[in-house]
Design a protein around this ligand. Sequence first.
Ligand code: N01
Length: 481
Amino acid sequence: MILNVAVIGSGFGGLGTAIRLKDAGIGNFVLFERASDLGGTWRDNTYPGCRCDVASDLYSFSFEPNPRWSNTFSYQPEIWAYLQDVAAKNDLRKLIKFNHDVTDVSFDSPSKLWILTTSQGVFQARNVVLAAGGLAEARMPDIEGIDSFAGPIMHTARWDESVGLAGKRVGVIGTGASAIQTVPQIAPVVASLEVFQRTPSWILPHLGHQVSERSKRLFSAMPLAQKLVRSLGYWRRELMVLGFVKDPSKMTKGETLAREHLARQVHDSQLRERMTPHYRLGCKRVLISNDYYPAFSRENVALVTEPIERIERWGIRTTDGALHEFDLLIAATGFYVTDNPACEMVHGAKGEKLVEAFRGDMANYKGTMFPDFPNLFMLGGPNTALGHSSIIFMHESQLNYIVKAVKVALERDARIEPTIDAARKWTEELQQKLPGSVWGTGCSSWYLNAHGKNTTIWPDFTFKFRQETRHFDPKDHEISV
Ligand code: N01
């Protein structure tokens, strides 16, 4: 059977796609999921303390509000449960092919079909929505000797519950979003904890709090009230674009806040200096936490800023010659973003790989379509991630466009792809906004590809992206029937 649409992934992106396709009356589609359950990154990231740093009323589908979030910034179990509920309510499970690892997605020009090779057979589809997630492939650090370590090494996104922490000497590599959430949680359990920092992060106070039963009752009875809260949060975040994109010098206000936060929580001036970033706030992802800095006042926790030379059988050797001995290493070292393996496996009409779009060598159209990749749509494509707001908003914008394009493709049995001119115009105009933004102020981050080009972040207000993706514009596409 030839599918109308093959959706790859069943996280926020895949489930959102399924709901929107159903709403549009498009049937005969399947979600391919490599794991045995749905949920994507919110299924995989089970490390202690895992939590979303975007408020839950915004970090959820606009068409599936949850009046019962227990915290304004939810923890992973509740977000995963939300996705399970959304799938149940919309009867999506039966559309998901679990344990189907997609290993190759290639366009066959003569038949105008995409051929998907999976761990459980080959499938054909008229359209493909790649919703494999930008933060799906855990990146282990590229450190000499990593394979020689005698104990377990766990990536935060591949947490193994069976590896006990109690009484262990633990080393954490990295001080990004995942590390700052897990360090305070595991510190009281382990015998000792050393945190290896390569670059300090800017950390602002966390404003999350429990949601009262009264508010939950109000949101259940009056969905408009929650919509209003969501809206206020949305616009407050949009204001940040003024600093992030238009005038990065405005970020000094936030830097002052962060420095005050650090001074309040870390009283040792030398430690404070080692934890103070020397790049513009926002250049790397801005973090929020109230319990990361205080973890370092515990006797059993230490910060290591001496660079790592190599990993050895018994621990980590730093460049000053010291050997830091451990029973367990935790890699909080992020993900393959600009070199996502999901894009390595996609081959277009001329055989080229989709990953070139992130290497900056290929123009894209609205972060969603690519010339020579007909009828293929990518959620979370180039320059659609955000430093200031919710990726779900961006997904929903992309889906407005995707659903319309898929409808045209199906109704006319057409091969649709953006014209090279439209794609170049989009890509070039977008790239022109980046050098003057906070991401161009000079720091290394996972927003940049191997050539230092930002192929990750949307450099504007998100409502502009919403406008851009509102319609399917035939004149920007080659439509061949
Ligand atoms: O990963 P990261 P993450 N030697 O890439 C260090 C999302 N997320 O998993 O800064 C030594 O931010 C690296 O050092 P440096 C969120 O979007 C969201 O923490 O490159 N250190 C850095 O400190 C987030 O931004 C939530 O110098 C090495 C760290 O490892 C994204 O996921 C929660 C190293 C990696 O930080 C990624 O966050 C958690 C090496 N060889 C995550 N290699 C939410 O709340 C890397 N590092 C939604």
